[in-house]
Design a protein around this ligand. Structure first.
Ligand SMILES: *[C@@H]1O[C@H](CO)[C@@H](O)[C@H](O)[C@H]1NC(C)=O
Ligand SMILES: *[C@@H]1O[C@H](CO)[C@@H](O)[C@H](O)[C@H]1NC(C)=O
Ligand SMILES: *[C@@H]1O[C@H](CO)[C@@H](O)[C@H](O)[C@H]1NC(C)=O
Ligand SMILES: *[C@@H]1O[C@H](CO)[C@@H](O)[C@H](O)[C@H]1NC(C)=O
Length: 276
């Protein structure tokens, strides 16, 4: 069956809007957990401030239907001070994975990420995602959009070219795409990716999967994933309530706009400790 047809009507609901039909979103009962997702945010060692901010952004989110772990991924440290500052982060947060690769090498980080992750993680996840550090992902809508999809042979994201609605042609944008665990293992085991690691990393993943005749299940989550308004032609559109991911957030005013639009800080309960 064509996944696009089957799922073209998915409309994810915002977890922050209470309505009679989405009360399940607010239940935190473990028995509702249906799948697990590992999100690796590919970033660079020196981006301390960005990691601090993203820890806040993801630390306050969760989904009742998925176990979601978020970690930062980068290549080998290159400066003496990084060994101290990043060790502090690891001791405090334990959310960093350092791959055996070189940051200034224009190839192979995504390959190293997917091919190493089964060995690095102490457990299996249903899905593994690669995300940029300039994207805002809303975890609850992301999980809702994954709930009805296959757990195997799945390639999910925002299909390129921007205007395309056909997930079976070409590849998913590097802003944030995910693979089911079987495909992650395949990347680590097959000769096809190992032989072809140089080039635009998101495009390569699509190429490997096509060459390997993999990822029969593909899902492009448009319009819920997109670039920030005005930043990238037809990949951009206005912020919409059913958003899963907004990409190209380079400036604080853009983050502010996004956090306000999705009412992220409205969750704060009144307290004598502060008046905001
Ligand atoms: C790390 O990568 C280098 C260069 O590709 C390789 O020579 C080395 O064996 C790798 N080390 C480990 C521990 O995998
Ligand atoms: C990364 O660092 C390790 C340990 O210092 C080293 O063995 C390896 O060769 C480095 N890998 C690359 C690709 O530079
Ligand atoms: C890997 O690349 C080499 C050189 O391009 C080619 O000869 C070989 O057939 C490739 N192997 C696979 C498994 O694609
Ligand atoms: C944010 O809150 C406002 C006011 O309660 C509401 O009208 C709006 O729909 C909410 N936006 C989203 C994206 O949930």
């Amino acid at each position: 069956m064509n996944l696009t047809e089957k799922f073209s009507d998915i409309r994810v609901k915002s977890p922050l809007v209470a309505s009679p039909d989405n009360t399940i979103i607010f239940q935190k009962t473990p028995s509702h957990v249906q799948f697990s997702l590992f999100i690796g945010i590919l970033t660079r060692p020196d981006k301390y401030d960005r990691r601090h901010f993203l820890r806040l952004v993801y630390g306050i989110q969760s989904s009742p239907i998925a176990n979601i772990d978020v970690k930062f991924i980068f290549c080998n440290l290159t400066k003496p001070e990084q060994r101290v500052f990043i060790t502090l982060e690891i001791m405090r947060f334990n959310d960093i994975i350092i791959l055996n690769c070189s940051e200034n090498m224009n190839s192979g980080k995504t390959y190293t990420y997917f091919s190493s992750i089964p060995r690095i993680l102490s457990r299996r996840y249903d899905y593994v995602m690669k995300a940029d550090d300039d994207v805002f992902i809303r975890l609850a809508p992301l999980a809702l959009s994954l709930e009805p999809l296959p757990r195997i042979d799945l390639y999910y994201g925002f299909v390129i070219p921007c205007a395309s609605m056909n997930p079976s042609i070409d590849y998913m944008s590097g802003m944030g795409f995910l693979l089911s665990w079987d495909l992650v293992e395949w990347i680590g085991n097959s000769d096809i990716p190992a032989n072809d690691t140089y080039g635009p990393e998101d495009k390569l993943v699509g190429k490997w999967l096509n060459m390997g005749n993999k990822a029969k299940n593909r899902f492009s989550n448009k319009p819920a994933m997109y670039d920030y308004p005005g930043t990238n032609g037809r990949c951009s559109h206005e912020l919409i309530p059913q958003t899963v991911a907004v990409h190209r957030l380079k400036q604080w005013d853009q983050w502010l706009h996004v956090l306000n639009f999705f009412n992220v800080t409205k969750e704060l309960k009144y307290s004598n400790l502060y008046s905001i």
